[in-house]
Design a protein around this ligand. Structure first.
Ligand SMILES: Cc1ncc(C[n+]2csc(CCOP(=O)(O)OP(=O)(O)O)c2C)c(N)n1
Length: 401
């Protein structure tokens, strides 16, 4: 048994002193040590099992991962500014979680189906979704979403953990369609992202049991970002979250979620297992939410600046940058080019956002049911009539903003 210490890179002890660590009887087993292949100063380390998988990543791929992480962060910061300037209603920053998202998403094939929650901007970037597609719902001009099959990326889910059930159901579907375990390129799998807090939801636990019982081709990717709004991970779970998997018969692995290479390797193996019909895996990517929970949150009320600073030292982007420099895989021209591309994505995102205008209010009735419904139509008519009472009012929604 290895007792958790302040330096454990697991994040589960990186909470305020008022939050008790795991009880002694449940202290970290050596297997709970997160897999790490890239240290905070960019040095590579070996691993008997995951090392060879990570060796699949050539310099081109590492540069692509770096680019995806920088674009994600730059866009995320621009969206946060847009909210502060009153142009978005809300934004959930992904700051600090870029490696957990980009590393895992690089392990998917185009045919794999991915279910995000609401913070996976890095996953959207890797799947090829235009990041601007994330903006309309946050500006309040759309009910959210995009065509889930355009990039095999489901729409965002804000109801904590509801989509873990959708993901398991989808995985059971492709299993029944014979798209799993054929040993051909037709094999596919499902990945679903959720937070540490979401593991306290009944939906998550039901999802685990269903996935295990059905040997469903699904990979649960828990981004343990240390906090569920103001609730620390140690309060959500008295044992490392990864241990929930073996409890229901699902193999689990903890990975350093700020290490893009290790996150790729553990996800690649879990997806391979799922596609091959070997069943589900639970991945706990130990990372840190460096920003606020959403733009409605003030993290200074529940965590210390020392804690935030300790995680800044483990910045996932800087760590890959140091590695690329040390190995000569990237030079100053490359880094400047990435900065310029990211700045352009952010500029175009802002322009796109400012041009978004709301549709008619009665649109909210469009997607209640797939077929017309008498009650919904009556409500729509009543709303239209109510709205018409303001026809001579000059101020539009947009101007009032
Ligand atoms: C079913 C449900 N309950 C409560 C909420 C309110 N809520 C929104 S985010 C959140 C915390 C989620 O924390 P975690 O799962 O760790 O994900 P993170 O936001 O840290 O990525 C809560 C409780 C919700 N959206 N859905």
């Amino acid at each position: 048994m290895t007792a958790p210490t302040a330096s454990t890179p697991a994040g589960d002890t990186a909470v305020l002193a008022t939050n008790a660590p795991y009880p002694t009887g449940a202290s970290l087993h050596p297997d709970d040590t997160p897999v790490q292949l890239l240290g905070p100063t960019g040095e590579r380390s070996s691993h008997p099992f995951y090392g060879p998988i990570a060796a699949e990543l050539d310099d081109d791929r590492l540069r692509a991962m770096y680019r995806d992480m920088v674009i994600t962060r730059t866009f995320d910061q621009e969206a946060t500014r847009l909210q502060r300037q009153g142009e978005l209603g809300l934004w959930a920053p992904s700051l600090g979680q870029e490696a957990a998202q980009v590393g895992s998403a690089h392990a998917y094939t185009a045919d794999d189906m991915v279910f995000p929650s609401y913070r996976e901007h890095g996953v959207a970037q890797v799947r090829g979704l235009p990041l601007t597609d994330l903006l309309p719902v946050m500006r309040g001009v759309s009910h959210g979403g995009w065509d889930p099959f355009a990039h095999n990326l489901a729409v965002q889910t804000f109801v904590i953990s509801a989509h873990t059930l959708h993901a398991v159901g989808y995985a059971m579907g492709i299993q029944r369609d014979g798209r799993v375990g054929t040993g051909t390129d037709a094999d596919r799998a499902v990945a679903v992202y959720h937070g540490d807090g979401s593991t306290s939801q009944g939906d998550f636990n039901e999802s685990l049991v269903f996935a295990a019982s059905n040997n469903a081709p699904v990979v649960f990717i828990c981004q343990n970002n240390s906090w569920a709004i103001s609730v620390p991970t140690a309060t959500q779970s008295r044992v490392p979250i990864a241990r929930r998997g073996p409890g229901v018969g699902i193999p689990a692995v903890r990975v350093d979620g700020n290490d893009v290479i290790a996150t790729y390797a553990v996800t690649a193996e879990a997806m391979r297992r799922a596609r091959a019909g070997e069943g589900p895996t639970l991945i706990e990517a130990v990372t840190y939410r460096m920003g606020a929970h959403t733009t409605s949150d003030d993290p200074t009320r529940y965590r210390t600046s020392e804690e935030e600073e300790s995680w800044r030292q483990k910045d996932p982007i800087e760590r890959l940058r140091l590695h690329l420099v040390a190995t000569g895989a990237a030079d100053e021209d490359f880094f400047q080019g990435v900065e310029a591309d990211a700045a352009e994505v952010a500029r175009a995102g802002r322009e796109f956002c400012l041009a978004l205008t709301p549709g008619p209010v009665a649109e909210i009735f469009d997607h209640v049911y797939s077929l017309p419904h008498q009650q919904v139509e009556a409500d729509r008519a009543a709303m239209i009539e109510f709205e018409s009472g303001f026809a001579d009012t000059e101020t539009t929604d947009q101007e009032a903003r």
